[in-house]
Write a protein that binds this ligand. Structure first.
Ligand code: AMP
Ligand code: MG
Length: 551
């Protein structure tokens, strides 16, 4: 057969190619109580799940990038993304028929304290796009102007944080981590003033808007706000809506939700949250601001702010300078913080249950599930069939993992490179010097402290022996490890390079990064540079290892 005949011909069948074909639904707005006021005045919104608000138009919208894989999933033809009329929608300059834009009301616990009403202060929901396949996906513009929930904020977002959210959402998706997605990144042609490090140095930065998507952006804080105000009826209506549309298996058609439904829902949120955080730990992602208003009830990673990726393995690391004092949201604490947040959600729905027994069971289930999934994940990372628990540990697996973490922490060791190189060793016969040279690629110090080298060698020998006892074919072991240990992640400095270039008008680094990160587990030799460890210049550079909430 001639080559041309087998080349995939792009087919736009089943895709929306024209703006007028797009269909929207507005279930959240239609079914749940609305704020009676429709102006943008900042206020406490009582007894309502949302406030009607339209995006504030911007001066000169320009599409910087869009996610091709997401557009395809949503059934949007590429030409549509380039249509100036659609770009106007993505910038908040136009609203399509069928859309009823809104800001959601929610509260939250921030850094351990109840913060009262927060709400969508700069995100505006446009409604649910009904895809050609019949799925419903909410579109939300982040940075689209003030809402009743903007408090002291301007409702806008800067390019650097928008690019970080856009790129990271998509990178996480391709890593297999549950997440909200990002369809587009648009610059506004307007400046936004931010004091990036809150040190009295405000400056004008280019503004941008990301169009995010998710089945729903509901957060723990959406439920907490009603309980904090004693608005139990609204709470029940929101919960019923959530379960009916987003957890339909828990509420078969025709059945009526009751206390058991709420308890089952809570257990499901616990399960999903456990799975999400275990993925974060697997890929070395630190969310940075795990406040309860940034926790999705669908178990999706949401609100990419001062997040970061682990370069050198350090369980105590947080990218968020705003959290520097207590490091509440540090890498190694994310599992516990999620449990604390789930306990806040349990309290929020407690008024709908006769007692707290079922909720306590849900929380215990979280702890158990987190442990199981974390062991599974570590077993995959180490190429073992299973890691056994503390009670019954014939192979000394608990000590194997503890010793690995201690060894990785003894001298700065790049987490991503280390695990990927370990995978390559799965098919090699043991040899002290070549095995240590493989790990050398992950070490930041040169030369490395001899004690750290010796400790690493001892651990490698131990792991090698453990693998031999596990009795799998080396090639299969390596394949399993390579599927759990990404080669490419959105390293902090790579995101910063893409921001610097985009700010100077060069979008190619962002575009290359997005393409490479679509296949994070594949070797892509021509892009080896994007798998390199953090360069020295990035160690102390703001934006690479230090980020604040200012965005
Ligand atoms: P975050 O820390 O980004 O999760 O935001 C916490 C709260 O502050 C949310 O209610 C946001 O909508 C709000 N917020 C953050 N930045 C702005 C802004 N520039 N304008 C208005 N509200 C904002
Ligand atoms: Mg938030």
């Amino acid at each position: 057969m001639p080559r041309a005949a087998v080349r995939a011909v792009p087919s736009f069948a089943g895709l929306y190619t024209r703006l007028q074909d797009l269909r929207f639904d507005d279930r959240f707005v239609r079914e749940l109580p609305a704020d009676p006021r429709e102006d943008r005045g900042r206020r406490q919104v009582l007894g309502a799940c949302h406030s009607a608000v339209t995006p504030t138009p911007v001066a000169a919208p320009r599409l910087l990038a869009y996610s091709e894989p997401l557009a395809a999933e949503l059934g949007l033809a590429p030409a549509l993304l380039h249509d100036p009329a659609f770009v106007a929608v993505l910038a908040g300059n136009a609203v399509l028929p069928g859309m009823r834009p809104f800001a959601a009301c929610y509260g939250g616990h921030q850094f351990g304290n109840w913060a009262g009403q927060l709400g969508d202060g700069r995100a505006i929901g446009l409604g649910e796009l009904v895809t050609p396949a019949g799925a419903r996906v909410e579109l939300q513009l982040k940075g689209a102007g003030p809402t009743p929930y903007s408090r002291a904020g301007d409702g806008r977002a800067v390019l650097r944080s928008s690019l970080r959210e856009f790129a990271c959402s998509e990178a996480m998706h391709h890593l297999g981590v549950p997440t909200t997605r990002a369809l587009s990144l648009v610059t506004t042609g307007e400046n936004v003033v931010r004091d990036m490090l809150y040190d009295g140095n405000p400056r004008a930065e280019p503004g941008a808007i990301v169009c995010r998507t998710a089945p729903s952006f509901l957060r723990f804080g959406n439920y907490e706000i009603f309980t904090s105000r004693g608005e139990t009826d609204t709470l029940a209506r929101l919960l019923e809506h959530t379960v009916r549309h987003h957890f339909p298996a828990l509420l078969p058609t025709g059945s009526v939700a009751d206390a058991q439904t709420w308890a089952a829902w809570f257990a499901e949120v616990c399960e999903r949250t456990a799975a999400m955080v275990v993925h974060w730990m697997r890929v070395g992602f630190v969310h940075g601001v795990m406040n309860t208003d940034n926790m999705s009830v669908l178990g999706l990673t949401i609100d990419y702010g001062p997040y970061g990726w682990i370069d050198d393995f350090d369980l105590d690391w947080t990218p968020n300078t705003t959290d520097a004092a207590t490091r509440r949201y540090r890498f190694g604490q994310q599992g516990q913080v999620a449990a604390w947040n789930l306990a806040r959600l349990a309290r929020a729905i407690a008024p709908l249950l006769p007692d707290t027994g079922a909720l306590e069971q849900g929380l215990s289930r979280y702890v158990q599930r987190y442990g199981e999934l974390q062991r599974r994940s570590l077993a995959d990372k180490l190429g073992l069939h299973a890691l056994v628990g503390d009670d019954d540990d014939p192979h000394g697996d608990v000590a194997l993992v503890d010793e690995l973490f201690a060894t990785l922490s003894q001298t700065p060791t790049d987490m991503t490179i280390f695990f990927r190189r370990l995978g390559a060793l799965a098919t090699a016969s043991f040899d002290a010097s070549s095995w240590l040279s493989a790990v050398q690629h992950a070490w930041y110090d040169d030369p490395v402290d001899p004690a750290a080298r010796a400790r690493m060698l001892a651990w490698l020998r131990r792991w090698h022996e453990r693998c031999a006892r596990d009795g799998d074919e080396p090639a299969r072991r390596r394949a399993r490890m390579d599927a759990a240990n990404p080669k490419y992640v959105l390293r902090n400095y790579l995101a910063q390079e893409a921001i610097d270039a985009a700010t100077a008008g060069d979008l190619s680094p962002l575009s290359t990064l997005m393409t490479v990160l679509q296949h994070p587990y594949d070797e892509q030799p021509e892009h080896e540079r994007l798998a390199a460890k953090r360069p020295e210049w990035a160690r102390t550079r703001v934006g690479c290892s230090m980020l604040s909430c200012s965005s």
